[in-house]
Design a protein around this ligand. Structure first.
Ligand code: BGC
Length: 420
């Protein structure tokens, strides 16, 4: 192990940087070349998905040894800080997890990731991935990352018993109905009807409200400059958002997403807006008393994000990293990962055996829905933009100052938007 990793984790104050390999105790792995795979998948379905890929990698890439560099924390908010520090100190892992789309741009500009166009040709990947996703992954005719799976962000999860106890038996279709149900839950004695977590989960909620109030096209325009943040429509959406946040747990800023999901599982809340990686968390907690629906008013919008992997320019073992990427890209890799992680394969030809009904529906919705990107999960926003938006949401959670929130979001857009 490169010693600098531990030192750097200490420098950036990360919660933990765990490095594990796929070799068992006592196994002789000295002859193998190591591939360090950097992610934030430390537990639950996230780790199970990563482990499945690691197993396939060990099988398919003889002479290569998997080493997991993992920094826990939902949406990678902590991992990305550690990664940035490592890249700056020329201590790149061989490959790292990054969201497809805008989040990748800064790494490309900084020449931290390699062009994978030749690998895409060799592996036939352009034809196996949906054309829209390939377009989102392509920058100046080059392609720099391999998607492991696609998640949907704009989904509300329920605790059916809590809802039934309050006499709520049908999914709300509009924001107004949703707010009505939140009021009803509170009247029936549920103190915090909506389970909510820290900053980035609040940004997810705001994004869903914006999709409802602005529609998919104008929502997407917020990140390309065709929709203004300082408009009356955004102001009204922020009012709706503020109203909804009033129904959430007051300790939200100190909870990561699995802890907020715990509130739902324990019957302390009736609803949670979260990406569909939640299904793996429900399974890990053997909780089946839940249902889900698209955020009220989002219509056919499929707010997507894709976890992808890159080959770093500083990779100590580029050949091994290529074999990792090929494993991730393979139909078997995509199935094995998604079945545990709760995502859906990015490839259109990957097998879907073992998928839940929810996942099969998500596969169909991904084909027929209106794709909308996510800022909280990097398909719409660069990393600095995400940081600024998260900070604005965290500040609002404490102050409740809607005007300050709108100004901060407008300022972030002005500062970080990229002109095409
Ligand atoms: C990632 C998912 C992950 C989720 C929560 C998202 O940004 O794309 O893979 O499960 O964050 O950590």
């Amino acid at each position: 192990m490169r010693t600098t990793r531990r030192a750097l984790a200490a420098v950036v104050g990360a919660t933990a940087l765990l490095v594990t390999s796929a070799c068992g105790p006592g196994e002789d792995d000295t002859a193998a070349s190591t591939v360090e795979v950097f992610t934030w998948w430390a537990g639950g379905g996230e780790k199970a998905g990563l482990d499945a890929l690691a197993g396939l990698f060990t099988e398919s890439c003889p002479g290569q040894r998997f080493e997991s560099g993992v920094v826990p924390g939902g949406a990678g908010v902590d991992a990305k800080q550690v990664l940035a520090a490592r890249l700056q100190h020329n201590d790149a892992p061989d490959t790292f997890q990054v969201h497809a789309g805008a989040e990748l741009l800064d790494h490309i500009d900084a020449d931290q990731v390699r062009d994978l166009s030749a690998e895409y040709r060799t592996w036939g990947l352009r034809d196996a991935l949906p054309a829209g996703l390939v377009a989102d992954l392509t920058v100046n005719d080059r392609i720099y990352s391999v998607p492991a799976g696609v998640h949907r962000a704009n989904v509300v999860w329920t605790n059916d018993q809590v809802l039934a106890d309050a006499g709520i038996l049908v999914a709300p279709k509009t924001l107004k109905e949703f707010i009505g149900n939140l009021e009803r839950l509170r009247r029936s004695g549920v103190e915090s009807p909506l389970a909510l977590g820290r900053d980035w989960t609040q940004l997810m909620l705001l994004e869903s409200v914006l999709i409802s109030d602005l529609g998919p096209k104008r929502f997407s325009g917020l990140f390309t400059g065709t929709t203004k943040w300082d408009s009356r429509a955004v102001e009204l959406a922020i009012e709706d958002y503020a109203r909804i946040v009033e129904f959430s747990n007051t300790d939200r800023d100190s909870l990561d997403w699995p802890e907020a999901t715990r509130l739902l599982i324990d019957g302390k809340a009736g609803y949670q807006l979260m990406g569909d990686w939640v299904t793996a968390e429900m399974a890990a907690n053997t909780f089946s008393g839940y249902d889900s629906f698209t955020f009220p008013g989002n219509g056919m919008a499929f707010q997507w994000l894709a976890d992808s992997f890159v080959l770093t320019t500083g990779a100590a073992n580029p050949e091994g990293a290529r074999c990792w990427l090929e494993t991730v890209a393979s139909p078997r890799g995509q199935q094995a990962f998604s079945v545990r992680k709760g995502s859906i394969p990015a490839r259109t030809d990957a097998p879907t055996d073992g998928f839940t009904d929810y996942q099969l529906e998500a596969v169909a919705d991904w084909r027929s829905g209106t794709p909308v990107p996510s800022c909280a999960h990097g398909s719409a926003c660069s990393q600095p933009w995400q940081n600024a938006a998260n900070a604005a949401l965290g500040a609002f959670s404490t102050s409740g100052d809607a005007t300050a929130l709108r100004s901060a979001l407008a300022a972030a857009a002005k500062q970080f938007i990229r002109q095409p």
